[in-house]
Write a protein that binds this ligand. Structure first.
Ligand code: C5P
Length: 225
């Protein structure tokens, strides 16, 4: 079976309060998106990498990228961006499996991605990287209403790996029904599919707010692939 990576990179990243979208912020010697794509390339050197970018993206053309990268236009929400990439793959009959990975997660380790791939292939079942919740979790708005038992709680990360046909169908139907979709797995769950939880390093964080940048800079400098 063959795979492709899909990288949604068409967001504006408003919570980062930066002058440019967060995927183009510099982390040491490269931008966030360059680091992210290098990680995917290091995992499977010849896999196709489809990046969804927004229509008037002024930063993407300046990146230094491997030649197995293809771009498609992003959409209004993350799920629309992913679906555009999946439709491109379906039209071109290129692969069986897709691994969707956030542009804003440059810290992922190739070894964790390989573990995800082997779990999905050996069980022939989709899956996601995730880490167990560490903190005590409270529910409430102004005051605590409940402490949620955390034993069975996980933080969903990416990559999220599914059969191309399963994910395309689930996302298409979920968007048509206006289901709120914040990751690929939630569309599969909504469609009644199974999703394996594959334990990953907790530092595979999604860069979201300005203080994440300093942490990411520190961690990426220490990583040896
Ligand atoms: O905003 P958030 O952090 O959830 O975005 C996750 C990923 O989805 C980012 O890499 C972002 O660029 C991407 N995205 C996208 N198209 C959108 C919104 C977000 O590709 N319309």
């Amino acid at each position: 079976p063959s795979f492709a990576f899909v990288v949604p990179a068409a967001g504006v990243g408003a919570r980062m309060q930066s002058d440019k979208p967060k995927q183009y912020i510099q982390l040491g010697d490269k931008t966030v998106l360059e680091h992210t794509i290098n990680k995917l390339k290091a995992t499977i050197p010849n896999a196709l990498i489809i990046v969804a970018i927004s229509e008037n993206d002024a930063y993407f053309p300046d990146l230094t990228l491997p030649d197995n990268v293809i771009t498609v236009l992003g959409g209004k929400e993350r799920a629309d961006s992913v679906l555009n990439a999946l439709n491109y793959l379906t039209t071109n009959h290129l692969v069986d499996w897709v691994l969707v990975h956030d542009a804003a997660r440059p810290l992922v380790l190739p070894s964790d991605i390989r573990t995800l791939i082997s779990h999905c292939q050996s069980r022939h079942c989709g899956g996601i990287l995730a880490s167990k919740v560490r903190d005590t979790i409270k529910q409430g708005s102004e005051f605590v209403e409940a402490t949620v038992p955390r034993e069975a709680l996980w933080q969903a990360q990416t990559p999220q790996m599914f059969l191309l046909n399963d994910l395309t169908a689930a996302l298409t139907n979920a968007l048509n029904e206006n289901v709120v979709i914040t990751d690929e797995a939630s569309a599969i769950e909504w469609a009644g599919g199974k999703v394996q939880l594959v334990s990953s390093r907790a530092d595979n964080i999604k860069l979201t707010t300005p203080d994440d940048i300093a942490i990411a800079e520190f961690l990426i400098a220490k990583q040896i692939l």
